[in-house]
Structures are given as structure tokens and as C-alpha cells.
Design a protein around this ligand. Structure first.
Ligand code: ATP
Ligand code: MG
Length: 225
């Protein structure tokens, strides 16, 4: 199969500098690709750089060297604003926490996402938003604002938001960590039915095993497992 990857990292290195301390080398020469529709998991020790990798793919961070391409577009030498535009067109992100707009209800958070580039009309948005919430088992919490959701419910709403405008790739960072094993498996399986590429970070080996492509971040690089 000779399709164009939806995510391609080539020789990506990233370190963080803090005043008065030596730089922390997090990623070193990472090569990584994700094909359209591919479902992949990423494991690795705490502090190994998994969230950093996701932030680079999302264009929230810039690499020190190497290139990042998403949806066939290079993020190199683009402004923060231009990277945000590519992200809005191509990428859904659910991070470890704080994904939702605090003063909007769960349904309004999803509706807002539907307003960015999806073909759902304004009139249908409430219905589609509720359907998305129901997919992740939180339809009954549609009218709750984030502070009135449990941690696991908020993460499931965040997934509904992240896939609302049908991105080419979903990046999910430990989004089911706060769920019981059964609900976590159900949510991941729901995510895996969506016809987009998925990269999900987890510490849970059983969840990581639910996909065919498993990657691990060790010694500053991504390796197949
Ligand atoms: N903005 C930053 N400034 C300085 N150091 C940072 C910054 N972001 C991350 N780091 C450091 O980079 C390393 C990798 O962090 P990262 O969040 O990517 O790890 P992780 O693999 O996601 O860990 P976890 O499993 O605990 O979420 C850590 O040692 C962290 O302290
Ligand atoms: Mg992390």
C-alpha cells in the first residue's frame, strides 16, 4: 500500500531548557509515521516524552530539529497561527486534562467544535452533539458544565469534542485513565470504530493491546513493540 501518511515525523529532536539547569533532552531523532485510518497506541515510562510527542504532532510545540508533517502539510517554518490552522483542519486532540470550555455545557462544548469546519448545520448541531455524547456514554450529562462532570465523564466529553468535526487524526493522551476497566475498554473500542487515524497514549497494557500497531517511547525514540 502506497498511501501518504497522515502523520510523519522525520528526525525530530526536542529538549527543554530551564534557567540555570542543563537542558533536558526528551526526544532524539524520532522517526514516526501514521497511515490514514491507522489505529496505534503509544506506551512508555512517565516522563519519557509521550505528551511532548503529541504536542509536536499537534503543532503546539516546535521541534529543535527534524520535520513534522500532518495531513500532508509541513509544520516547519509556520507561525503559531498557521500551525493552529493546520490543527483545526486535520487534528482532534484530547489531552490529559482541561480540554473543555468551563462555562459551556457538555453539549455546547461539542456544538462549538461542530461549528469549526464540519458540514453539520446549526439546526442539527444539538442533535448531533447529543449523539456524539451518547456514543461515549455521557448523553445523560449533556447539560452539565465541566465542573459538574466526574473526571472520567469530562474525558469522554473531550473525546466527543475531539472527533466532532471529523479530523484526519485523533491524538488522545491518557483519556481513559480515570475510567474503570470496563468503561475504558468500551470507550477505546468506540474510538477505534471512527474512520480516522488514532494515536492514543496509555499506561494500560491491556488497552494498548486493543490495536494492531503498538509503539513504545524508550531512550528518546519511538519503537514498534
Ligand atoms: N515545558 C516544559 N519545560 C521543561 N520541561 C518539560 C516541559 N514539558 C515537559 N518537560 C519534561 O520533559 C519530559 C517529558 O515530559 P512528557 O510530559 O512528554 O512525559 P510523558 O511521557 O507524557 O509522561 P507521563 O506518562 O507522566 O504523562 C519530562 O521530564 C518533563 O519534566
Ligand atoms: Mg504525558
Amino acid at each position: 500500500m502506497n498511501t501518504r501518511p497522515v502523520v510523519r515525523l522525520t528526525g525530530v529532536s526536542k529538549s527543554f531548557s530551564m534557567p540555570g539547569a542543563p537542558p533536558i533532552a526528551v526526544l532524539n531523532g524520532v522517526d514516526f509515521t501514521l497511515q490514514p485510518g491507522e489505529k496505534a497506541s503509544l506506551t512508555g515510562p512517565s516522563g519519557s516524552g509521550k505528551s511532548t510527542l503529541l504536542a509536536l504532532i499537534a503543532g503546539l510545540l516546535e521541534p529543535d530539529s527534524g520535520t513534522v508533517e500532518v495531513g500532508g502539510e509541513s509544520l516547519a517554518s509556520r507561525s503559531e497561527y498557521q500551525r493552529a490552522e493546520v490543527r483545526a483542519r486535520t487534528t482532534g486532540i484530547a489531552l490529559q486534562s482541561d480540554n473543555l470550555i468551563p462555562f459551556l455545557s457538555a453539549r455546547e462544548n461539542v456544538e462549538l467544535a461542530l461549528g469549526f469546519g464540519s458540514d453539520v448545520t446549526r439546526r442539527r448541531a444539538p442533535t448531533v452533539a447529543r449523539e456524539l455524547l451518547e456514543r461515549f456514554g455521557v448523553g445523560h450529562r449533556a447539560d452539565h458544565v465541566p465542573r459538574h462532570l466526574s473526571g472520567g465523564e469530562a474525558q469522554r466529553v473531550a473525546l466527543a469534542v475531539a472527533i466532532a468535526n471529523r479530523p484526519a487524526v485523533l491524538l488522545a493522551d491518557e483519556v481513559v485513565a480515570q475510567l474503570d476497566a470496563e468503561t475504558a475498554a468500551r470507550v477505546i473500542d468506540e474510538v477505534l470504530t471512527v474512520d480516522i487515524a488514532v494515536l492514543y497514549i496509555t499506561h494500560d497494557v491491556a488497552l494498548a493491546d486493543r490495536v494492531t500497531t503498538r509503539y513504545e517511547l524508550v531512550d528518546h525514540r519511538v519503537r514498534p513493540r
